[in-house]
Design a protein around this ligand. Structure first.
Ligand SMILES: *[C@@H]1O[C@H](CO)[C@@H](O)[C@H](O)[C@H]1NC(C)=O
Ligand SMILES: *[C@@H]1O[C@H](CO)[C@@H](O)[C@H](O)[C@H]1NC(C)=O
Ligand SMILES: *[C@@H]1O[C@H](CO)[C@@H](O)[C@H](O)[C@H]1NC(C)=O
Ligand SMILES: *[C@@H]1O[C@H](CO)[C@@H](O)[C@H](O)[C@H]1NC(C)=O
Ligand SMILES: *[C@@H]1O[C@H](CO)[C@@H](O)[C@H](O)[C@H]1NC(C)=O
Ligand SMILES: *[C@@H]1O[C@H](CO)[C@@H](O)[C@H](O)[C@H]1NC(C)=O
Length: 466
């Protein structure tokens, strides 16, 4: 640790905020939930910052020194509380600027959704603000929130694009969205909103029909109903029961999911470090079958990107105390963290990840990637050497309209006596396991486990029939 902080003198143009040691002090003010019931809570996502800070301070030991301060307390328990205690940020901010103003302050918010207050405060103070929790499109506005970035691992924006591209690729124009209404998962509405915000739906090129599933519904009946009305059903109920029913009912089961490109070994090592830090510094012990989530990895990634951008801007003599200018350095930029993957921030300041379309592989017992969409390509990309098994004649994607029409009135069927083959396929929208878990508030560890059952990577899943 000793060697880290021996910064030396910087160039004259970048003397701003350089402390007596010749080092640029950077202070992350991190505001968020403390109880570890949600995945972006400080004890769970925080270790990612610590590891990122340690590495950045080592790599840039002669240039900058990053510290972090948590703003949280026992009263900040759930999502609604993060909105109610923004005065704590103000108090910290004014306290800091009064006493010690030799640090570059950066606000970090580990909340639920992008609170616009957060973006507004940062704009008034003209300091960089990073929202590392769940990202909603509210803050995709660099005019209203010119210093704010949203770097959380999940966004809805790409789902809308992906949905459009998939329908286009398979010539589908009638799509049903079946979703759970038990209230346990507030997510379906957001997905519906994302889908219906796509240009094709708004222009009427794509018809999107909603199929709300009552909590006590019989899924078989619903699947039948859907198959009569649409070619392509999307489900949001993530219970294994539904997957089993869907596997039985549909020829093909495909998942649309945010996917990350980590080198498995490097990712495993990082998660091990996060796990240890969580226990040593935050008193949080992961259960043996639980793992640090993408929120923790994301904290690590954004800290590394931050250090890199600050170093670069600082060395180029940019006025980094100007939050607007500093935030601008992140736009349209990709940061590569070697084997841990990449982080891309779009021109609205929102992180954009890859979305994958992954068919269920029966022999492997899990979903494997076949197609993906990301910011680098305008078209849907195919993963080499993969096939989608549609279980249709000629293994073609299901037709937009059944051969015999939806009511069996089709021309070809009247001529032939052969019973029409009903071809149905389902796309399961299984957003990354942690995202689901994040959405569940204040539920017990047991509940959390139950709702995260499809950590399909873990061996446990493969052996459990239900
Ligand atoms: C630091 O605070 C002092 C006193 O409040 C003020 O005069 C000075 O301009 C501040 N410096 C910076 C860089 O904000
Ligand atoms: C979609 O339709 C176009 C034109 O009708 C056709 O060329 C293409 O092969 C179709 N694609 C699929 C996947 O069926
Ligand atoms: C999903 O489907 C299962 C099985 O029908 C049902 O028990 C459950 O309540 C549904 N909702 C959720 C959120 O899992
Ligand atoms: C810091 O920024 C300078 C200037 O852009 C660059 O040459 C140097 O490689 C950077 N250092 C690190 C460790 O990235
Ligand atoms: C980001 O890239 C897009 C497309 O390349 C471009 O239209 C936009 O102006 C860029 N925005 C910024 C802030 O660089
Ligand atoms: C499913 O996985 C097995 C084993 O990895 C592989 O051989 C097979 O090609 C996969 N099937 C498809 C359709 O990708």
């Amino acid at each position: 640790m000793r060697g880290f902080f021996l910064c030396h003198f910087m160039t004259a143009s970048s003397l701003f905020m350089v402390s007596s040691g010749g080092c640029l002090n950077v202070e992350l003010l991190i505001y968020g939930l403390w109880p570890p019931a949600m995945l972006q809570a400080i004890p769970l996502a925080g270790p990612g910052f610590d590891i990122g800070i340690d590495e950045a301070n080592q790599e840039l030991s002669d240039i900058l020194r990053i510290k972090r301060t948590y703003i949280s307390g026992p009263e900040v328990v759930g999502c609604e509380d993060t909105g109610a205690y923004f005065d704590q940020i103000s108090r910290h901010y004014y306290g800091y600027t009064e006493q010690q103003n030799d640090s570059l302050l950066i606000l970090v918010y580990l909340g639920c959704g992008d609170s616009t207050i957060f973006g507004q405060l940062a704009r008034e103070w003209n300091i960089l603000a990073i929202s590392g929790g769940a990202s909603y499109p509210d803050q995709r506005d660099m005019v209203l929130y010119p210093t704010a970035l949203a770097t959380g691992p999940f966004q809805f924006e790409l789902y809308s694009t992906m949905f459009e591209k998939v329908c286009e690729a398979f010539n589908w124009s009638r799509v049903g969205l079946a979703y759970d209404t038990s209230g346990a998962i507030p997510f379906p509405t957001e997905i519906y909103d994302a889908f219906s915000s796509s240009g094709s739906v708004r222009s009427g090129k794509l018809q999107l029909q909603r199929f709300p599933i009552p909590p006590e519904a019989n899924h078989k009946t619903i699947l039948q109903k859907i198959s009569q009305a649409a070619r392509d059903a999307r489900f949001n109920n993530h219970s294994s029961a539904v997957i089993l029913v869907a596997l039985e009912a549909f020829g093909s089961l495909i998942q649309m999911i945010t996917c990350f490109d980590h080198d498995p070994e490097a990712h495993r090592l990082l998660k091990g470090r996060i796990r240890r830090k969580a226990s040593e510094m935050y008193g949080y012990r992961y259960a043996p079958d639980r793992e640090p989530s993408e929120f923790a990895t994301s904290s690590y990634l954004i800290t590394k990107m931050l250090a890199s951008v600050v170093n670069d801007s600082f060395q180029r003599g940019l006025d980094i105390s100007n939050g607007r200018l500093l935030a601008h350095q992140f736009l349209n930029t990709t940061y590569t963290a070697g084997p841990i993957g990449r982080l891309f921030i779009d021109s609205f300041g929102e992180r954009q990840s890859k979305i994958c379309l992954s068919p269920f592989n029966h022999s492997r017992g899990r979903f494997t990637r076949a197609l993906y969409c990301d910011h680098t390509e305008t078209t849907l990309q195919r993963v080499p050497n993969t096939v989608i098994v549609w279980n249709t004649p000629g293994n073609r994607p299901p037709r937009d309209t059944p051969l015999c029409g939806f009511l069996g009135e089709g021309e070809s069927c009247r001529k032939s006596s052969i019973t029409p083959v009903i071809i149905v396929m389902a796309i399961l929208i299984l957003i990354f396991t942690s995202f689901l878990c994040y959405l569940r508030q204040r539920f017990s560890q047991q509940g959390l486990l139950r709702n995260c059952w499809w950590r399909l990577e873990t061996p446990e899943i493969k052996h459990k029939p239900g």
